[in-house]
Design a protein around this ligand. Structure first.
Ligand code: B12
Length: 217
């Protein structure tokens, strides 16, 4: 990695841990102006800062207000990167419809939004239902829009079982057969995906694109 990129990644990381949205926006703008890959800026810069803040929160070294401010700083930078990703990936949405959302009880949306953007620029028609989505809403939207893929995000260990609940509800409502289910979120694993009967697990936004393409083969 060249020195300039390493320096900007470090500044992105710092903007999140220093709770500084203006800096996040400024550095993200500089990052894309220099022709660097926006997804790297998100995953190797901003996400590292969020992980650091999550660790501090876990150890009681920072509290919810700081976590909220860190998320705000992160989102300011991500907005710049997402605009660039969308601009680079002006493709036709031809590969099929995907519905995505974060399960009920869980308000984390940053990672899910990145996955939705990456799927969108890679040729999928994405319908993002947002965060804290009631299980019933997933069922109704799938009945209505008949997507090929459903993406379920969960960032809390306490809401992981809701992914399973959604799959069970889809089976109960007879809308599971022609649908592939992709699960993700920091605590989610390949084993968990198998255990709950999901069709695939995506570790990050790039992996989500790879797995979604594979599921449609
Ligand atoms: C930012 C953040 C918040 C923000 C969220 C803002 C928002 N709009 O999203 C705020 C401050 C609101 C928040 C709130 C809370 N949080 Co919080 N939060 C985080 C933090 C620091 C970062 C999460 C994040 O955005 N990461 C960056 C993104 C890019 O990564 P990601 O989400 O993992 O997504 C990637 C992959 O997982 C994957 N992916 C994600 N979704 C999907 C979906 C599919 C289909 C696929 C294929 C892939 C995929 O691709 C993404 C891109 O690479 C994490 C710490 C951490 N290490 O994760 C804690 C963390 C998740 N939070 C935690 C907690 C406890 C909470 C609260 C309960 C705190 C409280 N006491 O109120 C509340 C939750 C309330 C609720 N009901 O949901 C804990 C969870 C612990 C646990 N074991 O469950 C963590 C781990 C912090 C910690 N170490 O203690 N949080």
């Amino acid at each position: 990695m060249n020195e300039q990129k390493a320096d900007l990644l470090n500044k992105l990381y710092s903007s999140v841990i220093n709770l500084d949205p203006d800096m996040a926006e400024k550095v993200a703008t500089e990052f894309v102006k220099n022709g660097l890959n926006p997804l790297d800026g998100i995953e190797e810069g901003i996400t590292k800062g969020l992980e650091e803040m999550g660790g501090k929160f876990n150890k009681g070294e920072c509290f919810l207000p700081e976590l909220i401010m860190a998320a705000e700083a992160a989102q300011k930078g991500i907005k710049v990167f997402e605009a660039k990703i969308k601009q680079q990936g002006e493709k036709r949405k031809t590969k099929g419809r995907v519905i995505i959302g974060t399960v009920a009880g869980d308000i984390h949306s940053i990672g899910k939004n990145i996955v939705a953007t990456m799927l969108g620029v890679n040729g999928f028609e994405v319908m993002d239902l947002g965060a804290d989505v009631p299980t019933e809403t997933f069922v109704n939207k799938i009945k209505e829009f008949k997507p090929k893929i459903l993406g379920l995000s969960s960032l809390l260990t306490t809401t992981m079982p809701v992914q399973k609940e959604v799959i069970e509800a889809l089976i109960d409502n007879d809308v599971h057969d022609n649908l592939k289910i992709l699960v993700g979120g920091a605590p989610v694993t390949e084993e968990w995906a198998k255990e709950i009967g999901a069709d695939a697990y995506g570790a990050d936004a790039s992996d989500a694109v790879i797995k979604t393409n594979e599921l449609l083969k």
